[in-house]
Design a protein around this ligand. Structure first.
Ligand code: DC
Length: 230
């Protein structure tokens, strides 16, 4: 972690498609800078999980919106790992299943839900010293963020990363299904009516296809320092 410097503690936005490496680099960058890290996708996933548990249909916008405004979601970190607590329960693993990935992507097109979660994310980030990672951070949640990154990687590389990640977690997925699901999810996320995934005009584009996490994070640290001189 960086020594408690006198640098201004700003807001950093990281957006990009699934499998681009956002969570991994965001966590590492947060550790280097001593910033708080918010995985906004985990918030959409938590709402999807609780809706499923409560038997709320994904099309029931009103009930999903009510759930999103009242559901306690907190992030706790020991500097290495971040856990997601939802209603006091650790849901870090439960929100990563293929089923919840599909459900989260499906409900994330709802305007009502997005407005509520965006409001909650703005509240969490209002003090600065924070890295938010998602799809609409640089365009909608914090359009005035001091530093914005758009992280991407080649399609096949993202599929392979997601496949390895799911196998490591013990899911019996095959490469073809992983490819199909990732492409479908990207398609949803990029073409929905409300805050679709897109690169903010002032976001720094980083292609992580042939680069290690360490290299990407080093580049990001340099860019943050160049932008935040005082
Ligand atoms: O980043 P992720 O795969 O955990 O996100 C899960 C889903 O939530 C993803 O399909 C799109 C949606 N999402 C979103 O619409 N806006 C965000 N800021 C973050 C995630």
């Amino acid at each position: 972690m960086e020594k408690a410097s006198k640098r201004r503690r700003v807001t950093i936005a990281i957006d990009g498609p699934s499998g681009a490496g956002k969570s991994t680099v965001a966590k590492s960058l947060a550790k280097r800078l001593g910033y708080l890290y918010i995985d906004t996708g985990a918030m959409y996933r938590s709402v999807a999980l609780k809706a499923k548990e409560k038997g709320i249909l994904s099309e029931d916008k009103l009930a999903i919106g009510q759930l999103a405004s009242s559901l306690p979601i907190t992030f706790i970190t020991d500097g290495e790992h971040t856990r997601v607590l939802c209603d006091g329960e650790d849901v870090s693993e439960a929100i990563r299943t293929p089923e919840i990935s599909r459900l989260a992507s499906a409900i994330s097109k709802q305007k009502e839900l997005r407005e509520i979660l965006v409001q909650r994310q703005r509240e969490m980030g209002k003090e600065g010293g924070i890295i938010l990672e998602g799809r609409d951070i640089g365009t909608t949640v914090f359009p005035d963020a001091e530093v914005k990154f758009y992280l991407d990687a080649g399609g096949e590389e993202r599929v392979k990363r997601r496949y390895r990640e799911m196998r490591q977690k013990g899911f019996e997925v095959d490469l073809e299904t992983t490819r199909k699901e990732l492409m479908e999810r990207d398609d949803h996320d990029m073409h929905r009516d409300h805050s679709p995934l897109k690169r903010a005009e002032d976001a720094i584009f980083i292609d992580s296809t042939h680069r290690s996490v360490k290299e990407v994070v080093e580049e990001m640290v340099r860019m943050v320092r160049a932008k935040v001189k005082k």
